[in-house]
Write a protein that binds this ligand. Structure first.
Ligand code: G1P
Length: 168
């Protein structure tokens, strides 16, 4: 699972904060989401994930947050759960694939506990991290495409193609 993939990078990352980008989450925006998050990280010095609201019946596709608004575009995460059924979801605020994490996360990923879908989940490791360190959510501006989904991938191609001069 995702948690294991990240754990495999522990020796390359070393003892520093690092970013994770899930390439199937494509975000069309004027201001790249990760660079906005790096700016916020410099100020807040705490782990951070990109977040957006999803349809209530889609919560079982995402890490879902229990979070409190603290700034215009920042929430403080209180708890999180990976892919909950809609009736069990704490909200419809979902994690989208941009993360800045502190290296402490590797200790929790290294426990290799299986979570949703029998996979080692990054969300579960972040839930442990949350007991020791704050984690914030950044409500980004932009249109997100789920390129892990066939229709989402086609929509992304159309949206980016329509921006090109040779397609006008
Ligand atoms: C992963 C994460 C999930 C997150 C999602 C965003 O799930 O495990 O918490 O909300 O990416 O796209 P996946 O899409 O790999 O199943």
């Amino acid at each position: 699972g995702l948690g294991h993939a990240i754990w495999c990078a522990r020796d390359i990352v070393g003892d520093e904060p690092f970013a994770v980008l899930l390439a199937d989450d494509l975000i069309k925006t004027d201001r790249p989401v990760l660079s906005e998050m790096v700016n916020k990280f410099d100020r807040m010095r705490a782990s951070m994930v990109a977040v957006m609201e999803v349809e209530k019946d889609q919560t079982d596709k995402y890490g879902i947050l229990n979070a409190s608004d603290i700034e215009n575009d920042i929430v403080k995460i209180n708890d999180m759960v990976e892919k909950p059924d809609p009736e069990e979801a704490p909200s419809n605020l979902a994690i989208i694939g941009r993360y800045i994490l502190t290296p402490r996360i590797f200790d929790f990923l290294g426990k290799k506990q299986k979570g949703a879908g029998g996979e080692i989940q990054l969300t579960d490791a972040m839930k442990h991290l949350l007991k020791e360190q704050p984690i914030f959510g950044y409500k980004f501006n932009g249109k997100r495409f789920d390129c892990g989904d066939k229709a989402g991938f086609q929509m992304a191609n159309l949206a980016f193609a329509l921006q090109r001069d040779d397609m006008k």
